[in-house]
Design a protein around this ligand. Structure first.
Ligand SMILES: Nc1ncnc2c1ncn2[C@@H]1O[C@H](COP(=O)(O)OP(=O)(O)O)[C@@H](O)[C@H]1O
Ligand SMILES: [Mg+2]
Length: 423
């Protein structure tokens, strides 16, 4: 199989790395990729937005399977376009990817499918939303319906904050069209976990549960980011709970979509909170998580290419449940100082090449300058992952490894997976 991975972050590096280990995979191409993916495959300098060129690239390189990392090309209909040209691609169609690109649509699906989720109401005017917010108990969860690059959700602690945020979104249009519709949602309390399944629209095979860390600073302080670290598995999501989540959340969702004429293929990612009353879905994403992928795939023993090919071709019922190595994976994101606000680029990265063999480095915002020196080129620079028999030793290994890597103003969290060691 000749495989094309679309994207250029740590998630795509992890996907390319794992796919390249498949005995069925002869060649891996990554568009656009990064210096990390260049070590395991061939980077093709086509941006993820340029679907025309991506289709042509896949034809030109006789690609047998395309795997899409980020949500934007999925929402833009990349799967429909590849399929129209007879190309095999793992991912949901534009219609199906509304499960992420429209939180209003996703909430309606959850309610009709009977999936446990936070109670929410939809509003499309500021006046109606503000009126309703004033009657809600605090805190109030305000969600812009559309894609907002992680900036579309506000947890308002006062009614004044709620009204101000709604005005920002709906009157000042700070998020553009994304907040033409909003949800006002009940606030849920509990551990936040990510459950990712691979599906062909009929069968869904769950991967191990993971936890990611969205806030910039230790102790879940500071602003929200794309994700500062993750670990896998999540001990409190035991095998029985995974079975329940599959039976009550993942399977009913794809079954309901299929009954509506939407065969959902690719990755279904449920972001959920384990409340005292059971798991509740906060949102669905239509792709792998970043950085969750960088801790899930290192534990996967099964052939990822086989799983994704079966998802794309509707043959997942013939594939075994994924198998896993025992132990724990901890991944820590090294970010540029100032991220997610302003930060500098072009800082020399030292020590990455000498990382010891028991560590994985998944590149994101890295680049080679004119003389081949590895430098920073983005907010999230690299995810370092350790796999060990316990969370304690995985944490020890990953932070020991990180101490040997440096670039100016490097910033990272020191508490990734700490709760699984202290408690
Ligand atoms: N109903 C809720 N109760 C409590 N926290 C929530 C709720 N919905 C979202 N959040 C918090 O806000 C974050 C972002 O919300 P999410 O629905 O995942 O949107 P997005 O990832 O598109 O920004 C979540 O990771 C979670 O921490
Ligand atoms: Mg989310």
């Amino acid at each position: 199989m000749r495989v094309l991975v679309i994207g250029g972050g740590g998630r795509e590096h992890a996907l390319a790395w794992k796919l390249s280990q498949s005995p069925q995979v002869s060649d891996v191409f990554i568009a656009p990729g990064n210096p990390g993916t260049a070590e395991i495959g061939t980077n093709i300098p086509v941006p993820v937005e340029d679907i025309d060129r991506l289709v042509n690239t896949a034809e030109h390189h006789r690609i047998d399977l395309t795997v899409v990392g980020p949500e934007a090309p999925l929402a833009a209909g990349i799967v429909d376009r590849f399929q129209a040209r007879g190309l095999t691609i793992a991912g949901p169609t534009q219609a199906a990817s509304q499960i992420e690109s429209s939180k209003v649509w996703a909430k309606a699906i959850m309610n009709r499918a009977g999936v446990p989720t936070a109670r929410a109401e939809r509003y499309d005017t500021f006046e109606a939303a503000a009126d309703a917010a004033l009657d809600m108990p605090l805190p109030i969860v305000i969600k812009a319906s559309g894609l907002a690059a992680g900036k579309g959700v506000v947890i308002a602690q006062t009614h004044q904050d709620a009204v101000d945020s709604l005005r920002d979104m709906m009157v000042e249009r700070s998020l553009g069209d994304a907040a033409d519709e909003v949800l006002l949602e009940d606030y849920l309390v509990g551990l936040e976990v990510s459950i990712i399944g691979i599906t062909d629209g009929t069968t869904i095979l769950p991967l191990l549960p993971s936890c990611d860390y969205k806030r910039a600073l230790d102790g879940d302080n500071g602003p929200n980011t794309g994700g500062m670290g993750a670990y896998c598995p999540v001990p409190s999501v035991d095998p029985e709970l995974m079975v329940e989540i599959t039976r009550t959340i993942l399977q009913p969702t794809i079954d309901h979509l299929r009954e509506q004429g939407i065969e959902y293929r690719g990755v279904l990612y449920a972001g959920m909170i384990l409340t005292p009353d059971g798991p509740r879905v906060m949102e669905f994403n239509c792709r792998f998580g970043d950085p969750e992928t960088q801790v899930i795939l290192p534990l996967l023993e099964s052939d990822l290419a086989e799983l994704l090919y079966a998802s794309a071709t509707g043959t997942l019922a013939d594939v075994d449940q994924p198998s896993w190595r025992n132990g724990a994976a901890v991944g820590v994101v090294l970010a540029s100082g100032g991220y997610p606000g302003d930060y500098r680029k072009g800082m020399q990265i030292q020590g990455l090449a000498d990382l010891s063999g028991d560590l994985l480095a998944f590149h994101a915002g890295t680049d080679k300058d004119s003389d081949g020196t590895l430098v920073t080129s983005g907010g999230r620079v690299v995810t370092i992952t350790a796999v060990e028999d316990s969370f304690a030793s995985a944490r020890e290994t990953v932070y020991r490894g990180i101490s040997g890597v440096s670039f100016r103003d490097c910033q990272y969290r020191t508490d990734i997976a700490a709760r699984e060691v202290l408690s």
